[in-house]
Ligand binder design. Structure first.
Ligand SMILES: [Zn+2]
Length: 396
């Protein structure tokens, strides 16, 4: 049995901050969150130096970091990304693919299995998220138009039969066959999410009722209010606001969404329905300069400057380079959100959305000891996964 005690910090539980308690970890599981710094003589002690002790960050939508992309075709890419983002407080993530050739997708799914077993020093993987190819052409954003199409049952059934590690799939609900697709995903326990879509309210509602319960990167790649023959129609954004039980994820890198929109989303959806995501590409955690969006060989050349990737002519953003610490900091500084709510949106809420909140997402006895220690400005001091320190700014 291994016992660890984390003490001398401010512990963030879902509902309050305990100022001088301790967290006891037994064999990688939280045994107790105590209001007092109790004596556990046999435990290894971790001094939090007066900083915050919070649940580890969970990133539902991420493509890369540390120079690597999940579609690079190597298991090293998976490990590099997991280890890079662990330095910024991420303890679990959902690796995300881009619209691609089917062979590349199947290869990536195979590599996931190998990398997942070898991943002992990075953020854990919570299954794969497939972003595409069933999208509206008009809302494709940076997704490659050559591969965009309507859902094809033979194709998606083959992909889902190929891998049992797919936990989420993003698609446009208004496409022909998209409702049948969502029903199939649901039957396989896969979360359907609305993305790159031009749907109007009636289509979103039908989609929601059939399984599309999460809006992928709200405001990016989706319709707002449109007019046809003088009549106005509510789009996906309005629908996500109207349907209370719809979850939304937001790229809170401080660039994709300005402060007033962050505040608006907070006001309408609240911390229980919002997940903060990085949607990071390979340049996250790297110096600014030239990079590539998507696969190294066939991807799009981009420039990273001002904390975001841009097309070479600077006409459009071409991906986020955010890390999880930055999302939390932004929500506090730009959207006037409390620390507890900001952390909830990248721990308990995403854990609930991925149905892993029985074991992750908060500092509660019985859950995995996935913990992050950071200062007032969300600078990460330690990242702990299953009770093991995988990142220590002070040196391991
Ligand atoms: Zn994405």
């Amino acid at each position: 049995m291994t016992l660890t005690k984390i003490f001398n910090g401010k512990i963030l539980t879902p509902h309050r901050i305990i100022s001088n308690g301790c967290v006891i970890i037994e064999n990688g599981i939280i045994r107790e969150v105590s209001e007092k710094n109790i004596d556990v003589p046999e435990a290894k002690e971790v001094d939090a130096h007066g900083k915050y002790i919070a649940p580890g960050f969970i990133d539902l939508h991420i493509h890369g970091g540390g120079g690597a992309d999940f579609m690079d075709g190597t298991e090293e890419a998976f490990l590099t990304i997991a280890e890079t983002h662990a330095q910024y407080g991420t303890t679990a993530m959902v690796p995300t693919t881009l619209t691609s050739e089917k062979e590349d997708l199947l290869k990536t799914l195979d590599l996931y299995e190998i990398a997942n077993k070898k991943n002992t020093k990075g953020a854990q993987f919570l299954g794969m998220h497939l972003e595409g190819p069933y999208f509206a052409m008009s809302q494709r954003g940076a997704q490659d138009p050559r591969y965009i199409r309507d859902p094809n049952p033979a194709e998606y059934q083959e992909v889902l039969a190929h891998s049992s590690s797919i936990t989420r799939w993003s698609a446009a609900p208004e496409l022909k066959g998209a409702i049948e697709f969502a029903k199939y995903l649901k039957s396989k326990g896969v979360l359907a999410a609305l993305a790159h879509t031009d749907a109007i309210y009636e289509e979103v509602l039908e989609g929601f009722e059939n399984g599309y319960t999460l809006a992928t990167h709200l405001y990016s790649g989706m319709s707002g209010v449109t007019r046809k023959n003088a009549f106005r129609y509510a789009g996906v954004i309005e629908s996500a606001f109207i349907i209370d039980a719809m979850d939304v994820e937001i790229i809170a890198d401080g660039i994709h969404l300005p402060a007033p929109l962050l505040k608006l989303i907070m006001k309408i959806k609240g911390a229980d329905r919002i997940a903060l995501i990085t949607d990071a590409m390979r340049a996250a955690g790297m110096p600014e300069g030239n990079s590539v969006l998507g696969p190294l060989k066939t991807g799009l050349k981009v420039i990273v400057e001002d904390g975001v990737a841009k097309l070479p002519d600077r006409s459009s953003f071409a991906g986020s380079v955010a890390t999880a610490d930055r999302l939390v900091r932004n929500m506090i500084h730009m959207a006037d959100v409390s620390l507890l709510d900001a952390v909830k949106m990248i721990s308990l809420t995403p854990a609930r959305i991925m149905k892993v909140d029985n074991r992750k997402g908060s500092l509660v006895a019985g859950k995995d000891a996935d913990i992050v220690i950071f200062d007032e400005n969300i600078n990460i001091e330690k990242t702990i996964v299953n009770g093991h320190v995988i990142y220590d700014a002070l040196g391991i």
